[in-house]
Design a protein around this ligand. Structure first.
Ligand SMILES: Cc1cc2nc3c(=O)[nH]c(=O)nc-3n(C[C@H](O)[C@H](O)[C@H](O)COP(=O)(O)O)c2cc1C
Length: 355
């Protein structure tokens, strides 16, 4: 079973990913929270730091782009390629009203013709620039024929080309998509799938909720099954995997699923991937070390008490669930107004409450 760490904007930035990767095993790939390029073609400071290779030296990382303008997407993909990334993920799932109003993220699922044109433009752009590598022969051949690209696996031919040409011939960039299944409902899910099937997508991660669901209701496994049956690409499942029982139930219904992406389950229990691979359960000592690493990073990188406490309290919203009979201690953490109070409340939680 491959396990990917889902992107969570505001939580899984580079400090979090590095601390997690240093202390816990079991993750095959991390994804960055989205970068959202606009017409200015500059990354914001925070985005730049998050994708900077020197901040991500030791972990398998896929950067994610949120955009509905091909020109901006291609600019960002080019920047990320130049930084050394060889897979780019497109966010077609963000349900936040501020994003959806601008017809981005899950908002792009409202107009499938526009989405189709956007995918056509970005795939053509990436293919002509870098050569899009696809794992699905059927789409590769069709795409190569349609786009006029030559795909050769002959190393002699590849060896005689200059470096850019060689990369392009072999296909040096992978393009993956993370999607929801609709906006108001999933009535256009089959049409959406037909669109994805036309493009050289190396992996399609499906979070089977609609935009309107936000994070409520339960993932629609009927529709996920339809994607799994009909998709010509590798499909990754995402949504509400928080325990071994959740994973076993998914595998029982869909034995062919071999990759899951997990978000909130891992933020709650950072050892979840290890546990799902048959490893040790989370222990208090390592949770304390992880917390301390995240706290240190927050103090180093955030500008002042309010954002530091905001970041840490958001983490406790999830991590608090690991402790038994911890309501009073968790309330003290939530009530803390400065770093001294915060540290004292955390100390009490770790001393008084068991996992
Ligand atoms: C606070 C928060 C931030 C998120 N940020 C992103 C993001 O930047 N990009 C993205 O594709 N999904 C984002 N997501 C969605 C998650 O990656 C994931 O798809 C979702 O939480 C469902 O998976 P889970 O049930 O395993 O958490 C975010 C979710 C949350 C709760």
């Amino acid at each position: 079973m491959n396990i990917y760490f889902a992107p969570l904007e505001g939580i899984t930035g580079y400090s979090y990913r590095n601390a997690h990767h240093r202390l816990f095993t079991g993750i095959d790939r991390y994804y960055t929270p989205f970068v959202a390029p606009n017409y200015t073609h500059h990354f914001k400071g925070k985005e730049k730091a998050d994708v900077a290779p020197e901040n991500n030296t030791d972990l398998p990382l896929v950067p994610q782009i949120l955009s509905n303008r091909a020109e901006d997407f291609l600019w960002a993909a080019g920047e990320l390629y130049d930084l050394g990334y060889r897979e780019i993920n497109l966010n077609l799932g963000c349900p936040m009203p501020t994003v959806v109003r601008k017809k981005r993220g899950a908002g792009q699922l409202a107009d499938l013709d526009a989405l189709d044109r956007f995918l056509e433009e970005i795939c053509e752009g990436m293919d002509s620039q870098y050569g899009l590598r696809d794992t699905t022969d059927a789409v590769s051949d069709r795409w190569a024929a349609a786009s006029g690209a030559e795909i050769s696996s002959n190393p002699d031919i590849a060896g005689s080309a200059d470096e850019k040409g060689r990369e392009k011939e072999q296909g040096s960039l992978r393009f993956s998509v993370k999607t929801r299944i609709g906006v108001e409902d999933a009535s256009r899910a089959a049409d959406l799938l037909r669109i994805y099937n036309r493009y050289p997508v190396c992996e399609l991660t499906v979070h089977p909720r609609t935009q309107k669901d936000m994070y409520k209701n339960t993932p629609d496994l009927e529709v996920f099954g339809m994607f799994l049956e009909g998709c010509v690409h590798q499909v990754v499942y995402n949504g509400d995997i928080c325990s071994m029982e959740d994973l076993l139930a998914l595998r029982e219904r869909f034995p062919q699923v071999d990759t899951v992406m997990i978000g909130r389950g891992l933020i709650t229990n950072p050892a979840l991937a290890r546990e799902l691979q048959g490893g040790e359960k989370l222990c208090k000592r390592e949770l304390r070390s992880f917390h301390d690493a995240l706290y240190e990073a927050a103090v180093q990188t955030l500008p002042g008490t309010v954002p530091i406490l905001g970041r840490m309290k958001e983490l406790w919203f999830y991590m608090g669930a690991n402790f038994r009979n911890a309501d009073r201690c968790l309330k003290e953490i939530r009530k803390s107004r400065n770093l001294v109070q915060y540290q004292a409340a955390v100390r009490t939680l770790f001393v008084e409450c068991e996992l």
